[in-house]
Design a protein around this ligand. Structure first.
Ligand SMILES: [Zn+2]
Length: 161
């Protein structure tokens, strides 16, 4: 639980609601009760929020090539947001997600997926390496044993970004 003021908490909840984050995540980050968040979501978006929990891991998001590409791209943006500021994780995820969505029209990755990836990048469960061809490769992010570069198809042999 982040040590922030009530005002900041509500402002943050608003930002997360705007980005269609799962209610469970907004509750986890702000501590605001779900029964308060749900009707607010409905008021903002004109429909009920998707229920449920976020994915267990990045692997749940990378079953398709597109999913893997998007996870890698988001991780690149997140990594750069993460090294630049001292802010709390959630603000960096918002920052990176906004950059991601501004560059990727009609992406499958939603805020809740981005949140899962960011947490795993931070815990070093998944990590980014640079392929010799120059492309970023997200490793330990798929069910497959060998992570391969999507650009040159080499198995991961690069150095940490
Ligand atoms: Zn490559």
């Amino acid at each position: 639980m982040i040590d922030i003021t009530t005002f900041e908490k509500h402002a943050l909840a608003f930002e997360l609601l705007k980005r269609h984050a799962l209610i469970a995540i907004i509750h986890e980050v702000t501590g605001i009760p779900m029964k308060v968040l749900r009707p607010t979501y409905k008021k903002m978006h004109g429909r009920s929020s998707k229920g449920g929990r976020p994915k267990e891991s990045t692997k749940g998001l990378t079953r398709t090539i597109k999913g893997y590409q998007e996870a890698t791209l988001f991780a690149v943006y997140f990594k750069s947001a993460n090294t630049k500021t001292d802010e709390e994780l959630v603000y960096k995820v918002i920052m990176a997600f906004d950059i991601f969505t501004s560059h990727s029209q009609d992406s499958q990755l939603d805020f809740s997926g981005a949140w899962v990836i960011a947490k795993e990048v931070q815990k070093r469960i998944v990590s980014l390496i640079k392929c010799p061809c120059g492309a970023a490769v997200l490793i330990n992010a798929t069910e497959e044993l060998n992570d391969r570069c999507l650009v040159c198809k080499l198995p991961h042999l690069g150095s940490p970004v």
